[in-house]
Design a protein around this ligand. Structure first.
Ligand code: SF4
Length: 329
């Protein structure tokens, strides 16, 4: 059963520069369902709209980002909530208790001039009120301990911690109130491989402990291969392929997905890896037809003219490519 559903979601950046209006189509007609208790991965190169999609799923469309059309629904206690129809106060109440977010860059989350204990107190006071604050702090300390975070770090300022430790603290804060959905945006970027492994282990341990849903955004296909259960591949603001990770990695359909998988290093393979040819398009000047056609070695004449729809190739496996459309060229 789904817990997040996006229908025809369009969220664009509308920029006014020197008297000109520029429209950046970061999320363009995205339809997806994230299921209860799964790890849903979102992959794609930098600048394909992954982080903006997360913002749109969270209902955080702050100018210049604007919701153009479509809907985001959450299923909470059997009830469907239309995120963009909720009042700001109703949305605020859902944050951290129902849906939580680990943004990119832990330094931007933690207040650099406050010790972590004060940040934790502020967080608890704003979300749970001041009543029972001492018990809440004790609960928070127990939770940190359970996650293997030493109690002494609460006395530290963010800059005194390593990048990996700061990221772990950010994840601990985001999951303190046991959210049903956790959305993590590039949680392992800029960390070395050993620290990355620890952060991913922490995320999956929390996912198991809370039996919740994890939406994991990363451009690192190796992380998805090890952690995600289903995967959505984004290109130029659109979902171009979606399926079970096991199937996507063994039988990818979209030429772009095939390149992403081929670029992964393999054990014992000393040859050079092949990356995706060319450069991603600007989201404000998208090519006609299939946005991947200037980079696609399999492009057909129709690919330059008409955009393919996202079709269901097999149960649970969708792809946006003319090569698989029955009514195609
Ligand atoms: Fe390549 Fe055409 Fe498929 Fe786009 S629709 S990925 S250009 S074959």
């Amino acid at each position: 059963m789904w817990v997040i559903q996006a229908k025809g979601l369009k969220a664009f950046y509308i920029l006014h520069i020197l008297g000109h209006t520029k429209i950046v189509k970061a999320v363009n007609e995205v339809d997806l369902e994230v299921l209860e208790n799964e790890i849903y991965g979102i992959a794609g190169e930098s600048g394909c709209g992954k982080s903006t999609l997360l913002k749109a799923l969270l209902g955080v469309t702050i100018a210049p980002l604007r919701l153009i059309s479509g809907q985001v629904l959450y299923r909470k206690d059997g009830e469907e909530l239309d995120v963009y129809a909720l009042k700001p106060e109703e949305l605020r109440k859902l944050r951290w208790t129902f849906i939580a977010y680990v943004p990119q860059g832990s330094m931007s989350v933690l207040n650099p001039v406050r010790r972590l204990s004060r940040t934790l107190e502020d967080f608890l006071a704003s979300h749970e009120g001041l009543k029972g604050r001492r018990q809440l702090m004790a609960r928070a300390k127990d939770y940190f301990h359970e996650l293997g975070l030493p109690p002494k770090i609460l006395k530290a300022y963010p800059h005194q911690l390593s990048g990996g430790m700061r990221q772990r603290v950010t994840i601990a804060l985001a999951t303190l109130l046991a959210p049903k959905i956790l959305i993590a945006d590039e949680p392992t970027t800029a960390l070395d491989v050993v620290v990355q492994r620890g952060v991913l282990q922490m995320l999956t341990d929390i996912h198991r402990k809370l039996a919740n849903t994890l939406v994991l955004v990363t451009h690192d296909m190796g992380v998805h291969a090890n952690v995600s259960r289903r995967l959505g591949i984004m290109y130029a603001g659109k979902l171009v392929e979606e399926g079970e990770v096991s199937e996507l990695f063994t039988a990818p359909l979209h030429p772009y997905t095939r390149f992403l998988i081929k670029s992964l290093p393999k054990l014992g393979d000393k040859g050079s890896r092949e990356g995706v040819p060319g450069m991603p398009p600007s989201l404000s000047e998208l090519p006609s037809g299939c946005a991947f056609h200037p980079r696609c070695p399999l492009a057909l004449p129709i690919c330059r003219e008409k955009e393919p729809l996202l079709s269901k190739e097999k149960p649970g496996h969708r792809v946006r490519c003319w090569l698989y459309l029955r009514e195609g060229p």
